[in-house]
Design a protein around this ligand. Sequence first.
Ligand SMILES: Cc1ncc(C[n+]2csc(CCOP(=O)(O)OP(=O)(O)O)c2C)c(N)n1
Ligand SMILES: [Mg+2]
Length: 571
Amino acid sequence: MTATAARTPAATTLRTGHRRLLEQLRADGVRHLFGNPGSSEEGLLDEVARFDDIDYVMGLQEAAVVSTADGYAQATGRPAVVLLHSGVGLGNAVGSLYHALHRQTPMLVMAGEAGVAYDALEAHMSVNLVDVAKPVTKYATRVTHPDSLLRLVRRALKVAATPPRGPVFLAVPQDVLDQLADEQVVPTAVPDTRVLPEPGAIQAAARLLASAHTPVILAGDGVAASGGSEELARFAEIWGAVVHGAMASELVMPWTHPLWGGLTGHMFGTDSAELVSHADAVLICGTYVFPEVFPDLGNPFRPGTAVVHVDLDPYAIAKNHPVTAGMVGDPRLTLRALTAAIEEAMTEPQRHAAAERVRRRAASRASALDKALADDVGAGGEPLQMTAVAAGLAALLPEDAVIFDEALTNSPALTRWLPPTRPGHFFQTPGGTLGVGIPGAIGAKLAHPERTVVGFTGDGGGMYTCQALWTAAHHGIAAKFVVCHNGGYQLLKDNLVRYRRDRGDHPGGAFPPFFDVRGPRVDYVALAAAMGVPAARVAHGNDLPASLAKMLDHDGPYLLEAVLDDPGDDS
Ligand SMILES: Cc1ncc(C[n+]2csc(CCOP(=O)(O)OP(=O)(O)O)c2C)c(N)n1
Ligand SMILES: [Mg+2]
């Protein structure tokens, strides 16, 4: 410590690590710092308050802080920056960081700690922060010298923003940042990763796929991150293949497209395997196969199936099951090149057969959709139906509205009426951590103040990060929230039925009583009001239009509790 101790400033903080760090963030275009403060970051927080162009977005619990930052980063596509308080703050954030890691959200999370000088003392609240962060981040390290502070900030930002994007962690000890730092501030260089496989590999892949009779595409968030949804749709049209979203929490193709086959789901590997069981050729792009809670251990592809896998991350390619050809490449550029190559490789009869597959699929999908929507119509009254809520909103929302969907079991009804059609306007939890719907919508609204942003959550999911409502009120972030209140954990009930059936048990019978969140039911109107967000409850279809209009017209954040079950005696 001797060399640096000599440079510790007496009265000025002008060129301390605190200031340097914020200047670096400013140089990288960071305008918000999401946090919850503590004593071990006092020096940095003091400095933040002096930076007019970096707003501190205050959260009241770290899971909510990280999930708000997550929504912001998803909506901007740029790293969000978070500042947490030592081991206790980081500990609270681990579940949300897990979500960010799987969602591939670019994010720099820093946590303050008193100082490296105190390591041997195992001082109050100290813990090995890097060890805590490692399993839920792409990269985690600790700054131990003032002249490597910006080096590590830039490295962390670069790693966060490089595909596969994700959260990174820096421990920033106060005694290191208190010292004068000599490093120059220069913008972080994020490498351009828009690479194409060499033409021979593209042509070989196109030849493998050209003769398919029953082709299937599995596409994930990597396609969205590359901005490749149009290229994906074009390739699917030429090849005559249905597209399923696997780990597609953003739009990879308009859900109204005739070839969109829906999401594979996050729960059961046998369901996903079923989707490719008939395929004689599969293109996997911007995802890995398959991302479920209970994956199928066997190879989902039937013998002889041509499997081509494209991703920017070689680790994702052939991660779990063998593929015929893997290519590291930017999904958008590679899809474009593959489209040109397969147009060349397909014979006239193959082109004709592909066009015929598209025509048949378009006809059958249109009639299935019409039937599903017709079945929904009239679903008003009491108890209120989610289809009525979604249909009501669909009639009122502007075209460029942003949806943050954590409606879980109510998501199918929501997306039937509000199908995602534009990139960057729909975000869904990739499964896992509950509590992304409310803070995610706040982050998205902060990123796009000019757009209407509606976050959907369940009555279960809404409780994990409900403190974010205070953040919306405090900063005047006018996101709207719809709580799909069905009295408990419906997903766990649905999955228990499946579990029993899969094991040959009778699927019926009582559910564990703790799957219900009743007695008392959570009063979301009172909860929101307690945090400064106006709210209302709607329980009858007749009241919907007025309730929805009031929510959307309100000049600020607003929560609508949609009562979707019969509250009975528990209300
Ligand atoms: C942090 C966290 N805790 C617990 C769970 C387990 N879990 C998954 S779904 C679910 C219930 C969700 O209920 P709700 O949000 O009301 O949606 P619904 O199933 O009723 O549609 C729970 C508790 C989880 N995924 N994440
Ligand atoms: Mg529920």
